[in-house]
Design a protein around this ligand. Structure first.
Ligand code: ZN
Ligand code: ZN
Length: 158
C-alpha cells in the first residue's frame, strides 16, 4: 500500500510539473494555431462560459480515464503507473483552473490568492499574454518565459 502510494507520487509530481511545458506547447502551437477558433473566445470579452472551456472539458476525461482504469487492473504495475500519470495531470488541471480561471480571471472566489507575491507575478505575466497574444504561453513559470522572450526581442522591454 505504502509502496503504491510512493510510486504514484514519484510519477504524479514530475508529470504535474511536465504538464506546464505540455500546456505551454499546446497553447502556443495548437490553441493559437489551428484551434484558435475555440481559444479566441478567451482573448475576447465574453460571458460566464467561453467556447475555450471545451479544452478542460475534453482534457478532464482523459486524466480521469487514466485513474478509473485502476478499478479493473489494480495491482498491475502498468495500471499503477497510468494512475500516477492521471493523478499528476489532474493535480495540474486543478491548480491551473484555480490559478488561471479562478484567480487571474476572477471566475472562482479565490481572490485571497492575491496575498501571495508569486500569484500576483503569475497574474501580471499572464496579463502580458492577453495584451500581446505572445509569451508567456505557460502559466506557473510565466515570469521566466517573459524574461526569455524579452531577451529574444519578441516582447517589448518591461
Ligand atoms: Zn487567460
Ligand atoms: Zn492564449
Amino acid at each position: 500500500m505504502l509502496t503504491t502510494l510512493i510510486l504514484w507520487m514519484a510519477i504524479a509530481l514530475p508529470v504535474a510539473v511536465a504538464m506546464e511545458w505540455w500546456a505551454r506547447l499546446m497553447h502556443d502551437r495548437a490553441w493559437h494555431g489551428f484551434l484558435w477558433v475555440f481559444h479566441r473566445s478567451h482573448h475576447r470579452p465574453s460571458g460566464p462560459i467561453e467556447l475555450n472551456d471545451v479544452f478542460p472539458v475534453l482534457h478532464a476525461p482523459l486524466a480521469a480515464g487514466l485513474m478509473i482504469q485502476r478499478a479493473w487492473f489494480e495491482g498491475a504495475l502498468l495500471s499503477e503507473v497510468l494512475f500516477g500519470v492521471g493523478l499528476g495531470a489532474t493535480l495540474f488541471g486543478v491548480a491551473y483552473t484555480i490559478v488561471h480561471d479562478g484567480y487571474i480571471h476572477g471566475r472562482l472566489p479565490v481572490s485571497f490568492l492575491g496575498r501571495f507575491a508569486y500569484m500576483r507575478s503569475l497574474r501580471d505575466a499572464h496579463g502580458l499574454h492577453h495584451k500581446h497574444g505572445r509569451e508567456p504561453y505557460g502559466l506557473f513559470l510565466g515570469e521566466r518565459e517573459v524574461l526569455a522572450a524579452r531577451r529574444r526581442g519578441v516582447l517589448p522591454p518591461g
